[in-house]
Design a protein around this ligand. Structure first.
Ligand code: DC
Length: 220
Protein backbone atom coordinates (compact mmCIF):
# COMPACT_ATOMS: atom_id res chain seq x y z
CA UNK A 1 0.00 0.00 0.00
CA UNK A 2 1.34 3.45 -0.92
CA UNK A 3 1.36 5.97 1.94
CA UNK A 4 0.39 9.62 1.68
CA UNK A 5 3.09 12.27 1.51
CA UNK A 6 3.37 15.65 3.22
CA UNK A 7 6.04 17.66 1.38
CA UNK A 8 7.98 20.39 3.22
CA UNK A 9 10.37 22.35 0.99
CA UNK A 10 12.45 25.47 1.50
CA UNK A 11 15.99 26.89 1.54
CA UNK A 12 18.78 25.97 3.99
CA UNK A 13 18.09 26.81 7.64
CA UNK A 14 14.43 27.67 7.03
CA UNK A 15 13.60 25.37 9.96
CA UNK A 16 12.47 22.46 7.76
CA UNK A 17 14.19 19.56 9.55
CA UNK A 18 13.02 20.27 13.09
CA UNK A 19 9.55 21.21 11.91
CA UNK A 20 9.20 18.17 9.60
CA UNK A 21 10.31 15.80 12.36
CA UNK A 22 7.70 17.20 14.76
CA UNK A 23 4.95 17.21 12.13
CA UNK A 24 5.80 13.55 11.42
CA UNK A 25 5.44 12.74 15.13
CA UNK A 26 2.05 14.49 15.34
CA UNK A 27 0.75 12.90 12.14
CA UNK A 28 2.29 9.48 12.88
CA UNK A 29 4.15 9.51 9.57
CA UNK A 30 7.78 8.65 9.00
CA UNK A 31 10.22 11.54 8.65
CA UNK A 32 12.52 11.68 5.60
CA UNK A 33 15.38 14.16 5.17
CA UNK A 34 15.97 14.07 1.40
CA UNK A 35 19.05 16.30 1.67
CA UNK A 36 20.80 13.57 3.68
CA UNK A 37 20.86 11.39 0.54
CA UNK A 38 22.59 14.12 -1.50
CA UNK A 39 24.96 14.49 1.45
CA UNK A 40 25.50 10.70 1.52
CA UNK A 41 26.46 10.61 -2.16
CA UNK A 42 28.78 13.59 -1.55
CA UNK A 43 30.37 11.74 1.37
CA UNK A 44 30.99 8.70 -0.86
CA UNK A 45 32.56 11.02 -3.48
CA UNK A 46 34.87 12.78 -1.01
CA UNK A 47 35.99 9.63 0.83
CA UNK A 48 37.04 8.16 -2.52
CA UNK A 49 39.13 11.27 -3.23
CA UNK A 50 36.95 12.25 -6.23
CA UNK A 51 36.53 15.88 -7.31
CA UNK A 52 32.84 16.75 -6.63
CA UNK A 53 32.86 19.00 -9.73
CA UNK A 54 33.76 16.04 -11.99
CA UNK A 55 30.26 14.86 -12.99
CA UNK A 56 31.34 11.66 -14.78
CA UNK A 57 33.42 10.50 -11.81
CA UNK A 58 30.53 11.39 -9.47
CA UNK A 59 28.24 9.18 -11.58
CA UNK A 60 30.76 6.33 -11.32
CA UNK A 61 30.74 6.63 -7.51
CA UNK A 62 26.93 6.63 -7.59
CA UNK A 63 27.01 3.27 -9.39
CA UNK A 64 29.57 1.80 -6.95
CA UNK A 65 28.18 3.04 -3.62
CA UNK A 66 25.96 0.61 -1.75
CA UNK A 67 22.99 2.47 -0.27
CA UNK A 68 20.42 0.58 1.79
CA UNK A 69 17.42 1.95 3.72
CA UNK A 70 16.33 1.37 7.31
CA UNK A 71 13.53 2.61 9.54
CA UNK A 72 15.09 4.15 12.60
CA UNK A 73 13.36 6.03 15.40
CA UNK A 74 10.43 7.35 13.32
CA UNK A 75 12.50 8.11 10.23
CA UNK A 76 13.56 6.37 7.03
CA UNK A 77 17.35 6.72 6.88
CA UNK A 78 20.12 5.03 4.92
CA UNK A 79 23.36 3.13 5.35
CA UNK A 80 26.24 3.84 3.01
CA UNK A 81 28.38 0.78 2.31
CA UNK A 82 26.73 -0.73 5.41
CA UNK A 83 27.67 2.18 7.70
CA UNK A 84 25.66 4.79 9.57
CA UNK A 85 27.14 8.08 8.28
CA UNK A 86 24.66 10.47 9.91
CA UNK A 87 27.39 12.45 11.71
CA UNK A 88 29.92 12.39 8.86
CA UNK A 89 27.48 13.95 6.36
CA UNK A 90 27.17 17.14 8.47
CA UNK A 91 30.85 18.05 8.06
CA UNK A 92 31.69 21.51 6.60
CA UNK A 93 33.43 19.83 3.59
CA UNK A 94 30.09 18.24 2.71
CA UNK A 95 28.32 21.64 2.98
CA UNK A 96 30.83 23.05 0.50
CA UNK A 97 30.51 20.25 -2.08
CA UNK A 98 26.92 19.01 -1.85
CA UNK A 99 25.38 21.60 -4.20
CA UNK A 100 27.73 20.53 -7.05
CA UNK A 101 26.88 16.86 -6.52
CA UNK A 102 23.13 17.61 -6.22
CA UNK A 103 23.25 19.44 -9.58
CA UNK A 104 24.30 16.29 -11.50
CA UNK A 105 21.22 15.03 -13.40
CA UNK A 106 22.02 11.31 -12.86
CA UNK A 107 22.41 11.89 -9.11
CA UNK A 108 19.03 13.64 -8.96
CA UNK A 109 17.36 10.85 -10.93
CA UNK A 110 18.73 8.18 -8.63
CA UNK A 111 17.92 10.06 -5.40
CA UNK A 112 14.42 10.88 -6.71
CA UNK A 113 13.80 7.19 -7.35
CA UNK A 114 15.04 6.24 -3.85
CA UNK A 115 12.73 8.86 -2.35
CA UNK A 116 9.71 7.67 -4.38
CA UNK A 117 10.35 4.07 -3.35
CA UNK A 118 10.13 5.11 0.32
CA UNK A 119 6.40 5.50 -0.10
CA UNK A 120 6.12 1.74 0.45
CA UNK A 121 7.17 2.34 4.10
CA UNK A 122 3.87 4.14 4.85
CA UNK A 123 2.83 7.78 5.37
CA UNK A 124 5.78 10.14 5.00
CA UNK A 125 6.70 13.68 5.95
CA UNK A 126 9.50 14.46 3.52
CA UNK A 127 11.58 17.63 3.58
CA UNK A 128 13.83 19.00 0.86
CA UNK A 129 14.03 21.39 -2.06
CA UNK A 130 11.98 19.70 -4.81
CA UNK A 131 9.66 17.31 -2.99
CA UNK A 132 6.40 19.10 -3.90
CA UNK A 133 7.59 20.06 -7.39
CA UNK A 134 9.46 17.00 -8.73
CA UNK A 135 9.60 14.02 -6.36
CA UNK A 136 5.92 13.95 -5.35
CA UNK A 137 3.97 16.48 -7.43
CA UNK A 138 0.87 14.54 -6.27
CA UNK A 139 1.72 14.95 -2.54
CA UNK A 140 -1.43 15.31 -0.45
CA UNK A 141 -0.10 18.45 1.27
CA UNK A 142 2.71 20.80 0.29
CA UNK A 143 4.37 23.44 2.42
CA UNK A 144 7.16 25.86 1.57
CA UNK A 145 9.01 27.29 4.58
CA UNK A 146 11.00 30.47 4.29
CA UNK A 147 12.72 32.96 6.59
CA UNK A 148 14.76 36.11 6.07
CA UNK A 149 18.45 35.59 5.21
CA UNK A 150 19.51 37.23 8.48
CA UNK A 151 17.31 34.93 10.54
CA UNK A 152 18.48 31.82 8.68
CA UNK A 153 22.16 32.75 9.22
CA UNK A 154 21.50 33.40 12.89
CA UNK A 155 19.74 30.03 13.34
CA UNK A 156 22.46 28.06 11.54
CA UNK A 157 25.17 29.85 13.52
CA UNK A 158 23.41 29.08 16.83
CA UNK A 159 23.44 25.35 15.95
CA UNK A 160 27.21 25.31 15.39
CA UNK A 161 29.87 24.68 18.06
CA UNK A 162 31.13 27.95 19.60
CA UNK A 163 33.86 29.78 17.62
CA UNK A 164 33.49 27.57 14.53
CA UNK A 165 32.54 30.47 12.24
CA UNK A 166 31.15 33.99 12.52
CA UNK A 167 27.52 34.79 11.66
CA UNK A 168 28.84 36.65 8.58
CA UNK A 169 30.70 33.55 7.35
CA UNK A 170 27.63 31.38 7.88
CA UNK A 171 25.55 33.97 6.03
CA UNK A 172 27.97 33.94 3.06
CA UNK A 173 28.00 30.14 2.90
CA UNK A 174 24.18 29.92 3.04
CA UNK A 175 23.78 32.54 0.31
CA UNK A 176 26.25 30.70 -1.89
CA UNK A 177 24.44 27.37 -1.44
CA UNK A 178 20.98 28.89 -1.98
CA UNK A 179 22.20 30.55 -5.17
CA UNK A 180 23.61 27.26 -6.51
CA UNK A 181 20.47 25.33 -5.47
CA UNK A 182 18.02 27.80 -7.00
CA UNK A 183 19.86 28.44 -10.27
CA UNK A 184 20.85 24.87 -11.23
CA UNK A 185 19.35 23.49 -14.45
CA UNK A 186 17.73 20.35 -13.00
CA UNK A 187 14.98 20.69 -10.36
CA UNK A 188 16.00 24.10 -8.96
CA UNK A 189 14.62 25.17 -5.58
CA UNK A 190 11.26 26.81 -6.25
CA UNK A 191 7.83 27.00 -4.70
CA UNK A 192 5.18 24.58 -5.99
CA UNK A 193 2.17 26.59 -7.22
CA UNK A 194 -0.11 24.64 -4.87
CA UNK A 195 2.19 24.88 -1.80
CA UNK A 196 1.22 26.78 1.35
CA UNK A 197 4.03 29.29 2.00
CA UNK A 198 4.96 29.84 5.65
CA UNK A 199 7.34 32.69 6.50
CA UNK A 200 8.94 31.44 9.71
CA UNK A 201 10.84 34.69 10.49
CA UNK A 202 10.06 35.55 14.10
CA UNK A 203 8.04 32.37 14.66
CA UNK A 204 9.00 29.65 17.13
CA UNK A 205 9.27 26.02 16.02
CA UNK A 206 6.04 25.29 17.93
CA UNK A 207 4.20 28.06 16.07
CA UNK A 208 5.31 26.76 12.68
CA UNK A 209 4.37 23.17 13.59
CA UNK A 210 0.99 24.38 14.83
CA UNK A 211 0.40 26.31 11.61
CA UNK A 212 1.11 23.21 9.50
CA UNK A 213 -0.91 20.93 11.72
CA UNK A 214 -3.85 23.36 11.56
CA UNK A 215 -3.68 23.20 7.76
CA UNK A 216 -3.60 19.43 7.91
CA UNK A 217 -6.69 19.45 10.10
CA UNK A 218 -4.94 17.49 12.85
CA UNK A 219 -4.49 18.41 16.48
CA UNK A 220 -0.99 19.14 17.84
O1 DC B 1 18.77 20.29 3.40
P1 DC B 1 20.29 20.08 3.32
O2 DC B 1 21.09 21.31 3.62
O3 DC B 1 20.76 18.90 4.10
O4 DC B 1 20.55 19.73 1.77
C1 DC B 1 21.84 19.49 1.29
C2 DC B 1 21.91 19.86 -0.18
O5 DC B 1 21.17 18.90 -0.95
C3 DC B 1 21.37 21.23 -0.55
O6 DC B 1 22.43 22.15 -0.73
C4 DC B 1 20.64 21.03 -1.83
C5 DC B 1 20.48 19.55 -1.99
N1 DC B 1 19.10 19.09 -1.98
C6 DC B 1 18.43 19.07 -3.17
O7 DC B 1 18.98 19.51 -4.18
N2 DC B 1 17.17 18.57 -3.24
C7 DC B 1 16.56 18.10 -2.15
N3 DC B 1 15.31 17.61 -2.23
C8 DC B 1 17.23 18.16 -0.89
C9 DC B 1 18.49 18.66 -0.84
Amino acid sequence: MMGKVIAIDGPSASGKSTVARRVAAVCTGLYVDSGSLYRGVTHAVLTRGIDPEDASEVVRVLREADISFVEDNGAVTFRLDGEDVSDAIRRPEINRSVSAVAAVAAVRERVTQWLRDMRTHGDLVMEGRDIGTVVFPDASHKFYLNASEEERARRRHAEMPADDASVEEVDRSLRRRDKLDSTRKVAPLKTAPDAIVVDTTGLSIEEVVQCIVDHLGERA
